[in-house]
Design a protein around this ligand. Structure first.
Ligand code: HEC
Ligand code: HEC
Length: 213
């Protein structure tokens, strides 16, 4: 268990959640920086757009959060809390912060330079899948939701994440878990559908391509 160095939550004024997964009170990035340090988020997630935290290791299991959509971060923390997204460690971390903390921490990470890779992994077939999809197999083009280079959304919800420049092994695992249904917290099951027909080599190629962006 973590020895949590508590910073008192601001006067019990928990932000009021609305159904779109955003907070009524906008986060404060300055306060968020202190909270991200004291709650140890930075240890695993890092603030360097090129890496996730120092203990990431060969498993590559930590996600980068720099430049991530704040509404996406807020939604994931809620999903970890409720079990809509299953992960024991993050469920514990998510329960150690309240909604106001999360809004602040999300604002802090969102304001940092956006995550990026080294640009050296242009995997042509993956790029094709990303840009055009494969309608015959029910694979919608990723670009339609995740935007050019995976850096943001082109349409739809504010909770669509940045995926370009994310950690490769993390991406590969998420795509595999969407396909198997182990992860199923995307709106209307969109991510479960688009990954259904993908093969293991395609998932690896997509993860590698995206990580390089
Ligand atoms: C001990 C390491 C550790 C700490 C500390 C930690 N996390 Fe995480 N976090 C993880 C791991 C591992 C995952 C990936 C979970 C998975 O595989 O589904 C993750 C995932 C996430 C995600 C989802 C990222 C995505 O792209 O979907 C968010 C958001 C997140 N953490 C926020 C936080 C916040 C906020 C804190 C501080 C309150 C925090 N984390 C503290 C290890 C950690
Ligand atoms: C219909 C819109 C849509 C399409 C098309 C789409 N995505 Fe997504 N994707 C989303 C949304 C929304 C989420 C966030 C789900 C949630 O709330 O957890 C997401 C999540 C993800 C994640 C998890 C990111 C993280 O940080 O954990 C990955 C990886 C991903 N998408 C990759 C892809 C790839 C690769 C494709 C193309 C094969 C694709 N997506 C197509 C909407 C879409």
């Amino acid at each position: 268990m973590w020895a949590v160095l508590c910073i008192a939550a601001p006067g019990g004024s928990a932000a009021i959640a609305n159904s779109s997964g955003t907070d009524a009170r906008p986060g404060d990035a300055i306060v968020g920086k202190e909270k991200a340090d004291s709650e140890r988020c930075v240890e695993c997630h890092s603030i360097d757009p090129r890496t996730s935290g120092p203990n990431n290791g060969t498993g590559g299991k930590f996600a980068k959060l720099t430049g991530q959509s704040p509404a996406y971060i807020v939604k994931q923390i809620r999903d970890f809390r409720t079990g809509a997204r299953r992960h024991d460690l993050m469920a514990m971390m998510a329960r150690s912060v309240d909604d106001a903390d999360v809004a602040d921490i999300a604002a802090y990470f969102a304001g940092l330079p956006v995550m990026r890779g080294d640009g050296s992994r242009d995997v042509a077939p993956a790029r094709e899948l990303y840009m055009r999809g494969d309608p015959a197999r029910g694979v919608t083009a990723c670009v339609e939701c995740h935007g050019d280079a995976g850096k943001g959304r082109t349409a739809g919800a504010a909770t669509t994440p940045v995926i370009g420049g994310q950690e490769a092994r993390y991406l590969e695992r998420q795509l595999t878990e969407w396909r198997s249904g182990e992860r199923r917290n995307s709106p209307d099951g969109a991510m479960n559908r688009v990954t259904q027909a993908l093969t293991d080599p395609e998932i690896q190629a997509l993860a590698s391509y995206l990580a390089g962006l």
